[in-house]
Structures are given as structure tokens and as C-alpha cells.
Ligand binder design. Structure first.
Ligand SMILES: NC(=O)C1=CN([C@@H]2O[C@H](COP(=O)(O)OP(=O)(O)OC[C@H]3O[C@@H](n4cnc5c(N)ncnc54)[C@H](O)[C@@H]3O)[C@@H](O)[C@H]2O)C=CC1
Ligand SMILES: CC(=O)C(=O)O
Ligand SMILES: [Mg+2]
Length: 437
């Protein structure tokens, strides 16, 4: 099932008799809906009311699911269909909050003027204390120009804001950093670089997000050269870290020597080129890339990578396939080789569903929901900031990937992103690697 990104909650009443929920579940399945969370809202002697999360590929399919449930009859009723995803976004997902209360005049004088003046002077005379006496060292600018929002394309920075707010929520909840979205009304590299250079002093690090290729490469390179703080394009290196971790875990489970494996990368944009570069930095000898744009392939060749003639040839040649094209359903089940490892990482919909890839013979398969840079970027930024690093380097990124592997359960490719330990381990590994440089 491709394109399962319509998420709705349905409130369903059934008579309180065994078997009635099974009928509802069957009706949803027959309509090709997928069941997520189920919450029982009321469990009475006569009726039971449940809130069921379902995902569908289109509104038409959702309508079919609802019609199927209503057709059960015998007291089964759909009371409401709600869009909990939209509801969760009402008012936005983040807010700038103060850490201190102002309850008295004394508080006012300490937090604001006249007291604050002495802190300003302390920082003026000892600039290194800014990180100690302000939030700068804990703040990450999340910068986008909106040109490659997920796999949705160039939808602009304002339409991309929910993604930036989402990244801010993850930085806050997983590692306690403040993420501040910066929406740029330009995609000109000179203007972007100049703008970030002018505002960087308010931040401990810069996270570039969903900036399209190829301009993302120049922007990141120039900012890394010109700024004294860590700059990382998450779609490039955060994704590469997590992809490397998933590949290492899959190779461990299948007794494959990753450095000798043939790895094919489909899509050589921001994520794909960085995945190839990361694999080569790790020591993988046979990294093959494929992109529909010749310039993208040339970029890989300039970094020492190899290209391959067609998608079919890549699927036949490679033991491990990673795809980051943004094209849902690009990999057909009949292209999958027995025992292949397939990471179809495009969001919101993968190049092949993991269930389809496994059914077609893959040994391991995952999509971009599980193999997602969320496992990497919070800890990478936390570790870099804790180390006082001025840049994020390959040894730090490889240490992050190894920390993720160390916390992956046997038989799995990646840890649960909700497990706080993984972000802590990544942060510590990155900090240690930074300190060893
Ligand atoms: N799971 C994760 O953590 C992440 C997933 N992604 C996903 O990866 C996808 C790509 O993202 P970016 O690299 O930022 O975009 P991008 O636009 O920089 O790169 C996409 C590349 O795929 C190529 N491409 C498109 N169709 C192709 C085809 N049929 N065959 C070969 N090449 C093709 C394009 O020419 C382009 O070079 C998006 O769907 C995004 O959501 C991106 C970052 C992180
Ligand atoms: C996860 C992410 O950063 C993306 O899909 O663009
Ligand atoms: Mg992204």
C-alpha cells in the first residue's frame, strides 16, 4: 500500500458483544485502511465506543472505509471522523517560554534592568561567558528556504514550517536544545549565506533543513568555512549517519562484511550524495550511485564514487540498496533480489514498502519512517555543543552511527527513536569524538 499518509481518527460505537470490534477491523482492512492506535472511550454494558486511528492513501479510500463500517449495521455506528494531525498543529507546535518567573520587583530587577546590565558587561569583558549566561549555547537555528520539504518538493518555507517546528520539538524533547525556525524568503546561495552569517551570533549551531540540491551543497560548504560554530545540513549528514547505522546493523545480522558489500544509492540529491560520501568515508569499496540528473552523478564521481547504468542494473548488482528519490513506488517487487537489504527512505512515502520488499525476498527492509534522521540529529547537535566544537566532522558522524548500532536490538535495523538512551549515547559519542580531534 503506497501513499498511506492520510491519517484520521474515527469514533466508532459497537454493541458490547465479543466479535463486534473484529467486524469493524475487517471493514477497515477490506477498505485497505491501516489500523493504528485504538483507545476505548467508553466500555458500557450495552455499548462500547472506541477512538481508532486509521491511515489511508486517499480521501476516497477513507470514505470507502467509513462506508464499510457503516454497512455492518446491527448497532455499529461511526460517530465522528476527526483529523487529529491537523488538530495537533492548531496554534503551532512550539513557543518561546521564559525559564524564570517574574513575581516581584526584585525578580524584575534581577532578570531585567538594572541587574541585567552587569551581565552584559561581564559578557563584554569575557565573551566566552556568553554561552554560560545566555541561551545562545543551547540554541540551534533551524534554517530552511522551503525548496525540498520532505519529498513534497519546493513548497516554500511557510508551508514547510510544520516540519521545522517538528524538528524543534524533537531537539527540545530528546536532548533539551532550543530549536528556532528561520524561514528564508530566498533560495539564492549568496543571500542565504549572508543572512545566516548576519544572524549566527544568536545561536550555538546551525541546522540546515530541507534545502534542495544542488544549492544546499554550496550553502553548507561555505557556511562551514565561514562560521565558527557547527553547521550541518540534516538531510545530508543526519540521514547519512542513520543510513550507515542501519546498514551496519543489517550487515552484522547477515554476516556480511560491509566494506566488501556492493552498495547502491538511488537518488543523489542532498540525502543520497551524503550517504555515498559517508559510506566511502567508512571504507566501503563499492559504492554505486544512480540519479536521473547527470550533474548529480558527476558530483558523486568527483567524490570518487561510481555510477551504474539503470535502476534495473543497480537492483541486480547490489547487495544493499538505499533510495532517497522522493518517488513513491519507484522500486517494483519484481526488481528485488533474494537476501537483499533495502532501505527505501523517502518521506512521506517510500520507494517500496518494507512489507512488499520482504515479501519479494529482501532479508531486511525499512522505510524513512524508521530509518530517519530523527535518531541522529538531536544527539549530534547536543554532542557538538557540549564539546564546544566549531564543526561537525566525519569522525564525529561515524561515532554517532556506531553509538546507534550499539543500542540496536538484534534483528532490528535501528533503535526506537522514543528511547531517550539512544540520543544520550549519540551525544556522548559525538562529544568524545570531538574532544579527540
Ligand atoms: N528518512 C530520512 O531521514 C530522510 C529522508 N529523506 C527523503 O529523501 C527524499 C529526497 O530528499 P533530498 O535528498 O533532500 O531531495 P533532493 O531533491 O535533494 O534529491 C532527490 C534526488 O533524487 C533524484 N531522483 C528523482 N527521481 C529519480 C529517479 N526516478 N531515479 C533516479 N534519481 C531520481 C533527483 O534527481 C534528485 O537528485 C525525500 O523524499 C526526503 O523526504 C531526506 C532526508 C532524510
Ligand atoms: C526526515 C527528513 O528530514 C526528511 O524527510 O526530509
Ligand atoms: Mg528533511
Amino acid at each position: 500500500m503506497q501513499n498511506q499518509h492520510i491519517i484520521r481518527n474515527i469514533i466508532v460505537e459497537t454493541p458490547s458483544k465479543p466479535g463486534n470490534f473484529a467486524k469493524v477491523a475487517t471493514a477497515i482492512g477490506l477498505g485497505e485502511g491501516d489500523i493504528g492506535d485504538i483507545t476505548t472511550l467508553k466500555s458500557g454494558a450495552l455499548i462500547t465506543v472506541r477512538d481508532i486511528t486509521i491511515t489511508c492513501k486517499s480521501i476516497e479510500q477513507l470514505d470507502k472505509v467509513i462506508a464499510n463500517i457503516e454497512a455492518i449495521g446491527n448497532g455499529v455506528k461511526v460517530h465522528a471522523v476527526t483529523d487529529d494531525v491537523l488538530n495537533a498543529h492548531e496554534g503551532g507546535k512550539i513557543a518561546m517560554k521564559s525559564r524564570l518567573d517574574v513575581r516581584s520587583l526584585g525578580d524584575l530587577q534581577r532578570i531585567y534592568t538594572p541587574g541585567v546590565a552587569s551581565v552584559c558587561m561581564e559578557i563584554l569583558h569575557h565573551p566566552e561567558k556568553a554561552n554560560y549566561f545566555t541561551s545562545i549555547g543551547n540554541s540551534v537555528a533551524i534554517v530552511t528556504d522551503g525548496t525540498a520539504i520532505l519529498g513534497l518538493g519546493n513548497i516554500g518555507p511557510v508551508a514547510g514550517m510544520p516540519v521545522m517546528e517538528g524538528k524543534a520539538v524533537l531537539l527540545d524533547q530528546f536532548v533539551g536544545l532550543s530549536g528556532i525556525p528561520i524561514l528564508l524568503n530566498t533560495s539564492d546561495p549568496d543571500e542565504i549565506v549572508e543572512t545566516i552569517k548576519h544572524i549566527h551570533k544568536g545561536f550555538g549551531a546551525i541546522l540546515l533543513e530541507d534545502i534542495g540540491s544542488p544549492h544546499c551543497f554550496e550553502i553548507e560548504e561555505r557556511l562551514k568555512e565561514e562560521l565558527p560554530i557547527p553547521v550541518m545540513h540534516d538531510d545530508q549528514h543526519g540521514t547519512a549517519v542513520v543510513a550507515l547505522a542501519a546498514i551496519l546493523s543489517a550487515c552484522k545480522a547477515t554476516n556480511v562484511d560491509v566494506k566488501k558489500a556492493k552498495i547502491g544509492q538511488i537518488g543523489l540529491g542532498a540525502a543520497g550524495l551524503a550517504i555515498c560520501r559517508m559510506l566511502m568515508a567508512y571504507g566501503v569499496e563499492d559504492v554505486y550511485g544512480l540519479d536521473r540528473q547527470e550533474e548529480a552523478q558527476d558530483r558523486l564521481i568527483n567524490y570518487g564514487g561510481k555510477t551504474i547504468g539503470s535502476l534495473e542494473e543497480m537492483m541486480e548488482t547490489c547487495d544493499i540498496i538505499v533510495a532517497t528519490t522522493g518517488v513513491s513506488g519507484l522500486i517494483k517487487p519484481e526488481m528485488v533480489r533474494q537476501g537483499q537489504i533495502i532501505l527505501a527512505l523517502s518521506n512521506p512515502n517510500p520507494e517500496i514498502l518494507p512489507s512488499e520488499a520482504i515479501a519479494a525476498g529482501a532479508a531486511f527492509a525499512a522505510d524513512g519512517r524508521s530509518v530517519n534522521n530523527v535518531i541522529g540529529f538531536p544527539g549530534i547537535f547536543k554532542g557538538a555543543l557540549d564539546a564546544g566544537a566549531s564543526a561537525i566532522t566525519y569522525p564525529m558522524l561515524i561515532a554517532a552511527a556506531q553509538a546507534i548500532v550499539s543500542h540496536t536490538k538484534p534483528g532490528e535495523l535501528i533503535p526506537n527513536p522514543l528511547d531517550p538512551t539512544v540520543h544520550h549515547l549519540v551525544a556522548r559519542a559525538v562529544e568524545e569524538a570531538a574532544n579527540q580531534q
